[in-house]
Design a protein around this ligand. Structure first.
Ligand SMILES: C[S@@+](CC[C@H](N)C(=O)[O-])C[C@H]1O[C@@H](n2cnc3c(N)ncnc32)[C@H](O)[C@@H]1O
Length: 224
């Protein structure tokens, strides 16, 4: 797929909707975000975990594994006061209707979510101060070919047990190679094999209190 035209119905990711508004992937049997507060989880894990928005300067480059509903991108756009870039990798893009159903749970993001859905069909567009690029396809092929360098990463595949390809040591090594000096990552998981892979990829890895029922999460900075 070179551009993100709305997927045909048979190509949409199959979803169940839990607790009213949380999409759950049928393929991976896992929710796209926390069942106990998606936006609060994003702020705790991905924004605070990367010391954002404090580190944002014009041209700052955020990268993400797993665009999903775009919730992380919208939460970032909500706090970005300067022009920044974000590149997100996604193999199974949702349809506009699926996005709209997911976004309905976050009324405070409604204006930004509307901007995102209006542009859905392009792979490069603007949401607030965020210049967003979507890289479509399996990240295991796409990330090694990527020419960019990220200042911070949102590592947001489905859980390592259900989506192991998003946490494979080779992929974590590619994340490390595509991280700028002083760059960081944050992720909701504290799985030992993921933490080891990120350490081998060149990061100093730290455990932090997790969100909701998760006791721990992980953050890291690329070693100098
Ligand atoms: C937990 S969800 C991401 C949630 C998202 N960050 C949000 O804000 O809604 C994980 C995402 O990873 C994507 N994914 C799973 N395996 C992938 C792969 N091999 N390559 C690229 N994307 C993949 C899924 O389609 C899903 O959208």
């Amino acid at each position: 797929m070179s551009d993100l035209s709305d997927p045909r119905p048979e190509d949409e990711p199959a979803l169940d909707w839990r607790d009213g508004g949380v999409p759950v992937s049928t393929r991976f049997n896992d929710p796209y975000f926390s069942l106990v507060g998606g936006l609060a989880e994003t702020r705790h894990v991905f924004l605070d975990g990367n010391d954002l928005p404090a580190r944002l300067v014009p041209g700052f480059h955020l990268a993400e594994l797993g665009f999903g509903t775009g919730l992380n991108a919208l939460a970032l756009a909500q706090v970005a006061q300067v022009p920044i870039r974000m590149t997100s990798f996604e193999a199974y893009p949702m349809s506009t209707a699926q996005l709209a159903q997911a976004h309905a749970a976050f009324p405070e993001l409604a204006d930004l979510a509307f901007q995102l859905r209006k542009e859905w069909g392009r792979t490069q567009f603007q949401v607030g101060q965020v210049s967003l690029t979507l890289v479509l396809g399996d990240v295991r092929q796409k990330l090694p070919q990527w020419a960019g360098m990220a200042d911070a990463w949102f590592l947001d595949g489905f859980s390592p047990a259900k989506n192991p390809q998003m946490w494979h040591p080779d992929l974590m090594a590619a994340v490390g190679r595509h991280t700028a000096v002083g760059g960081s990552f944050a992720t909701y998981t504290a799985a030992g094999h993921v933490r080891r892979a990120l350490s081998e990829a060149g990061f100093d890895v730290f455990r932090r209190p997790g969100f909701g029922r998760k006791r721990h999460m992980s953050v890291g900075r690329l070693r100098g």
